[in-house]
Design a binder for this molecule. Structure first.
Ligand code: URA
Length: 243
């Protein structure tokens, strides 16, 4: 690797979630960072994030090259955790990669659909933190007929037990007789939020599936299967939360 190749050490550290670039520069200046076993004091040092072995205070730093990003289609009846002490089916049943992954947020056990899995703590934190307002889109089956102004009411917002809630977008996706499939987008993640919101306006949810999480779409991924996100999708996820 020549002088101008690679990525600046403070950038690699910041992207690995160690802290702001400024903070990472301080760590380097204080001699707390090693690359391939050698202490580094120079801020401008460039490293190859795919191969450099970096430690801060003796603790191994997982660089982005070691981060993994997947989408899984959680089937209905499966808990949204990687294991379940009560022996119920969990996401672990469907994860067929060796890395230790964690789920980004949750879905109700009887909701199916898109869950992101990763070992990237900073990204996961931002994707689930309310201040980043990442949008999620769901398909909900309700019993019609529904009034013309339902979308308007949901976008205007309703008051739930724990405060106001509203949809960003709402549309009828499909209709077979009285069974109506509606698509609803929100940018929050309170527990049972879609079910509570639709119940409040008089349309209890019969079935629910999440089909989008921020820029990521479930697409044709079958229930119980997972796929690695593309480099482009990971880039879009980062962009969506200011990383
Ligand atoms: N809203 C719900 O009601 N349930 C989910 O699983 C996700 C959002």
């Amino acid at each position: 690797m020549t002088e101008n190749e690679g990525v600046r050490l403070q950038k690699v550290l910041a992207e690995a979630g160690i802290g702001s670039r400024r903070h990472c520069e301080e760590l380097i200046g204080e001699g707390r960072v090693t690359v391939d076993g050698k202490k580094v004091f120079r801020f401008g040092e460039r490293v190859d994030p795919r191969s450099a072995v970096i430690h801060v205070d003796g603790k191994r730093v997982e660089t982005r090259a070691e981060m993994r990003y997947y989408a899984i289609n959680k089937p209905r009846g499966v808990v949204s955790t990687m294991s379940d002490e009560r022996g119920r089916k969990s996401l672990a049943e469907y994860v067929d990669v060796p890395e230790r992954l964690f789920h980004v947020g949750r879905l109700d056990t009887d909701t199916e659909g898109l869950i992101l899995l990763t070992n990237d703590g900073e990204l996961s934190h931002r994707l689930t933190h309310p201040s980043y307002g990442v949008s999620k889109t769901y398909l909900a089956e309700i019993h019609g007929p529904i009034p013309r102004d339902l979308g308007r009411r949901l976008r205007a917002g309703v008051t739930l037990d724990d405060g106001p809630a509203k949809a960003d977008k709402f549309r009828i996706f499909d209709q077979v007789g009285k069974r109506i499939l509606v698509e609803i987008t929100l940018h929050e993640g309170r527990k049972h939020i879609v079910r509570r919101l639709l119940k409040e306006v008089g349309f209890p949810v019969q079935q629910l599936a999440r089909i989008e999480f921020g820029p990521i779409r479930l697409g044709s991924l079958k229930p119980g299967t997972m796929r690695a996100l593309t480099v482009q999708e990971v880039g879009e996820l980062y962009k969506s939360v200011g990383l």
